[in-house]
Design a protein around this ligand. Sequence first.
Ligand SMILES: Nc1ncnc2c1ncn2[C@@H]1O[C@H](COP(=O)(O)OP(=O)(O)OP(=O)(O)O)[C@@H](O)[C@H]1O
Length: 769
Amino acid sequence: MGIIAKQINEVEADAAKRKEEVIHIRKHFWDDLKVNMDTFDDYLETIIGMRQQAQDLSVSQSTHRHSYERLSRLKRIQNMPYFGRIDFTEEGTNQTEHIHIGVSTIFDETNENILIYDWRAPISSIYYDYPPGPAEYSTPEGRIRGELEGKWQYNIRNGVIESMFDTSLTIGDEILQEVLGQGSNKHMHSIVATIQKEQNKIIRNVRGRLLIVQGAAGSGKTSAALQRIAYFLYKYRGTLKADQILLFSPNSMFSNYVSHVLPELGEENMQQETFQDYLEHRLGRSFTIEDPYEQLEYLLEATDDPAYRTRKASIPFKASLNFFEAVKRYRETLEFTGMIFKGLKFRGQTIVSSKQVTDFFYNEHSSLHFHNRIDKLKEWLIKEIDKTETREMTKSWVQDEIELLSKDDLQKVYTQLEETEEYHGGSFEFYEKENNVLTRMIVRRKLKPLRRKVEDLQFINMKGLYKELFDDSMRHKLWKEQELPAEWEDICSSTKKMLEEGKLYQEDATPYLLLKELIQGFHSNTSIKHVLVDEAQDYSVFQFEFLKRLFPRAKMTVLGDFNQAIFAHADHYVDFQSLTGLYGESKTEYITLSRSYRSTKQIIEFTRQLVPEGELIEAFEREGEKPTLTRVSDHTKLHEEIGANVKSLQNRGYHTIAIICKSAAESSVAYDTLRILLPNLKLVKKNTDEYVQGVIVIPAYLAKGIEFDAVIIYDASLKIYGEESLRRLFYTACTRAMHHLQIYSVGEPSRFLSNISSGEWVTSKRSVK
Ligand SMILES: Nc1ncnc2c1ncn2[C@@H]1O[C@H](COP(=O)(O)OP(=O)(O)OP(=O)(O)O)[C@@H](O)[C@H]1O
């Protein structure tokens, strides 16, 4: 610690000196420069001098930035310079090295020897991967083997070693216990001091093109994803920048929640985006797009009428592999017939009719590939617009418009002509030319929107083409009868109706965009090198196919949990098997995380009974109280109980308490009554940007990915959670609890609770401590 303090003093002095240097150069930039432009040589000398000064300034600025960054790194680690130590004897030597591991590398005063190794350094992997005994790690030069003699973990606070553990068998269960036992915070924290072996595999895996992680709720998927980003930034430093990494997150509150991890590790944040943002960006101008939460809310709250049943059948169907294949087949059939084009019109007159466009597309250049034919078509249409331009210039409407031109426009043209030497104002020739220029300007201006339409391929009637997918004429061409849901006809008519109204259902948005790209050519972003998709169980095959094409140069990491697949398209059993097809088996790696860290052992033993194969989920040994089910007779009692319970939880020191409801509608009703009892209560809505601490009411689907000290399930009655399809939503809600889980039920509890063995929880009729 003394060395770090000393280094801080030195770097502080150096940074101050550099800063002064920069200020000095800026202040006296012109003083030291002789500006003389008399002769060409003087001019050259002045330019060279200026360049020299600018170069000096830039060097000073970069040295200052460097010292400043070093200073912030030293200050950041000053309180906890390292958290682990390994003693390692490399094969072929008999010298045991004592390796301290921390958040960043620290050199000694000579700047030659490493005092503390960065947790991402190759040798540090031994710390996470091996118990004492033979151990090895990879370096760019190959595998290094040796003997791990011992392993320790330190608990250092404010620069003072508070405790130290010999963690020969597992990494710091004691420290992990302590970390996990702490209260939740406004933001997620880094886990580098206690990364577990299976998590380390995810963080350091660089082999495949696609890494798929299936992990139980709370198993550290998001944490592993973020430390993986930090690992990439270390391993590929020099070639990879933070803005070349993109994390797809479920919503902006989640983005905010995870935004502190990388800065805590001394790295810049990656880019974050939601899939919905992307859809809005691409289709938002043509349609009003329903967002995924609106879709879910509709399904959670709508009554069981025919429209609801149609929608419920339509959503999983439109996200299915069958539909995906059908869209691709449909695009192939368009090679030969079926394209729908819009004709071009100018001032009410047809330039090219839609039939002429269709004929050109199918009859001219028919040997070319589909996209080349589209290009040819575009060229032809542009030529037709050129011809129209020439024709229109002689028309009388143009002269009428010239009369109406503003003074500014006329002045612009006049100046333009004056600047061209061959014209001399005042001559007859000049006026003639002036009129020509004005004529062209008017016609071009008027034709500009049409040209843009052609450039943007808007002459392809995309809406019509997508609608055609749902036309009766396509039924036998695209689908085998048994593939279609019973509600197919209703699905077709409701989809067409929405499109006509300029609206896109959430389930149509990606298929629509995919069809558009299959026809018009794919947009791609080649600058992104890594894409990470969190909560991946909520993405359909369409969306993954899309991401693959959108980021052709990127490696992909996909993290999710089937048991938390809450969106309606995941109505049936979901797995990530279909993803293997994206890049092929040889380029795909698959890792499973089965141990859950978020919740106490008692909460996990309870929640894992809510889902199939839950017995595979392991609990981390952290003791707490058993979850409680309290059955109350009515809502008045419910609110009284919750009010009293929240106060008691606050008295016990819990900072984040979430009252989780099934939907936004239920949340808003609960909030309206509960806020009278709990004045500081906050309601979280889908557009809430910041993860708010304190007591909140939140719909289960928005709580996904985040966690709370205590969770109160507002009403787990059979009436609210009656349908089997809500099981995963219910599981997701319960697994948000870190230390305390309290479930209420107004009347008979949901069947989800009936299979849970009585030893795992406490039931009470209406009692709260
Ligand atoms: N190795 C670890 N050391 C310390 N804390 C950990 C570790 N792994 C996970 N955690 C903690 O467990 C909690 C859950 O982690 P995280 O949110 O990453 O899990 P998840 O798998 O993404 O969960 P979910 O699927 O439920 O959203 C977080 O508080 C995280 O800090």
